[in-house]
Each structure stands twice: as C-alpha cells, then as structure tokens.
Design a protein. Structure first.
Length: 246
C-alpha cells in the first residue's frame, strides 16, 4: 500500500472497541482521516459515542456506533454482526477498550481481578474470534492496545499489569495462529495524558527521555502504522512511551 496516499484506508472498514472517547476516539478519527469507514463500540458513553460518530462522518466517511458490553459474549457477536450488516466487510479490528485500576496486591478481590481480565484480556479474544471469518476474507489486520504496564511490574496495579501482559501474549499467539491471512500486532502505550491535568503527571515527563508525556494522538499514529504498513509485519509489540520503559 502507498503510504504517501492521503487516504490509504479508503474502501476499508475498521472496528474500534471502546472508542467513544479518549484513545479509542483518537484512533477512530485517525483511521477516518485515512479514509476508512469506522464502527465504534461503547457501553455507557452514549452521548460521547454519538458525538464521535458525528465527527467521523464530518471526515467524509461512513460511521456507526454500536452499544456493546464487552463482558457479554452475546453482545460481542451481535456487535460484529451489526458492523457486517452495515458495511458488508471488516478489514481492521482495534481492540482498544480496557479498564484501569490501582489497588494493593493484598486487597484485590476475586471480583476485581475477574472484571479486569474480562475486559482487558477475554474481550479482545472474543471480539477477534467473532471477527475472524470476516478478517480472513479481507486479509485483514488486528491491532490490540496493550500497555507499558504489561511489560513492567507496577506493584499497585497487579491485576491491570497481568491482564495486559496476557494480552501481549495473546497478540503473539493470534499472529502465529491466524497467519498468513491476518496480521496481528500490539501497541503498548506508556504514560498518556488526556483529560487529566498535565501538571499532575509532570514527574513522569521528567523521567521520560523524550521529556514529555504521551498523547492519544501518539497512540493513534502507531495504530495507523500497523493499519497501513506492510501486512508482512506481524506479532510485534510497539511501546509508545517516549523511552519511559528504558
């Protein structure tokens, strides 16, 4: 594919989970600017999802928002079906939806542990599984959104870190198991400051070789690389952290 083309994803359809706001929204908008029709899922953020769809449509692409509880396998199947019914194909899947929590190891409950894994690890597996025949038909791509926390142990985020480490391994097993039709890669963001007050995270910027925290647009650019780069690239984990993990 010609990377110099201003709309290299024209004619493609992308599904981005959890994309009503924050990183998912940035990825959806980045793909739309590149010409892709975009479907997003949301659970509780209906107003934000509707706003994102309006912004996507303003980029001269078709857009769809589907309510989906990614903890529910039936919802996942229905969401993928809705995308196919609307667009007729699926070329790109971005498993972006995730939850984050901080808690000491000794107080993490079984429920808290299971909820973290249900959203961060099991859901990407189930969405990819549901999308598999459609992605095979288009020689599509899967991009999972992992975390620097899946590469480095954060003592007060054990369930989060473990769920993302599992997603990183899942990405590699998908890449190996679903080749050569589908490429699968993973983006691992570091400290990404979005709606928060930047000053509260300045200490992370000072520890980062690039001397700033990341943005949602940084992550979206990495996702776009895997969406339009060589299909031959698969099974890779790309940290978007400004060197914080070094």
């Amino acid at each position: 594919m010609n990377l110099n083309n201003s709309r290299p994803l024209a004619g493609k359809t992308a599904l981005v989970t959890g994309a009503a706001k924050r990183i998912g929204r940035a990825i959806a908008l980045q793909f739309a600017r590149a010409g892709a029709n975009v479907a997003i899922t949301y659970r509780g953020s209906q107003a934000e999802a509707e706003g994102t769809v309006r912004d996507l449509a303003a980029l001269d692409v078709d857009a769809l928002a589907v309510r989906c509880d990614l903890r529910n396998p039936e919802d996942i199947g229905q969401a993928v079906t809705a995308v196919i019914e609307e667009f007729g194909q699926l070329d790109l899947l971005v498993n972006n939806a995730g939850i984050f929590a901080s808690e000491p190891l000794e107080t993490i409950s079984v429920l808290g542990w299971d909820e973290m894994f249900a959203t961060n690890t099991r859901a990407p597996f189930l969405v990819a599984q549901a999308a598999l025949p459609h992605l095979r038909a288009t020689r599509g791509r899967i991009i999972n959104i992992g975390s620097l926390g899946g590469l480095h142990p954060w003592a007060t985020h054990a369930h989060y870190c473990t769920s993302k480490a599992a997603l990183h391994m899942l990405s590699q097993t998908m890449a190996k198991g679903w080749a050569p039709e589908i490429s699968v890669n993973c983006v691992a963001p570091g400290m990404i400051v979005q709606d928060e007050v930047e000053a509260a995270y300045e200490h992370f910027a000072q520890k980062t070789p690039m001397q700033r925290n990341g943005t949602a647009e940084d992550v979206a650019a990495a996702a776009l690389f895997f969406a339009i780069g060589p299909h031959f690239i698969t099974g890779q984990l790309l940290a978007i952290d400004g060197g914080l993990g070094l």
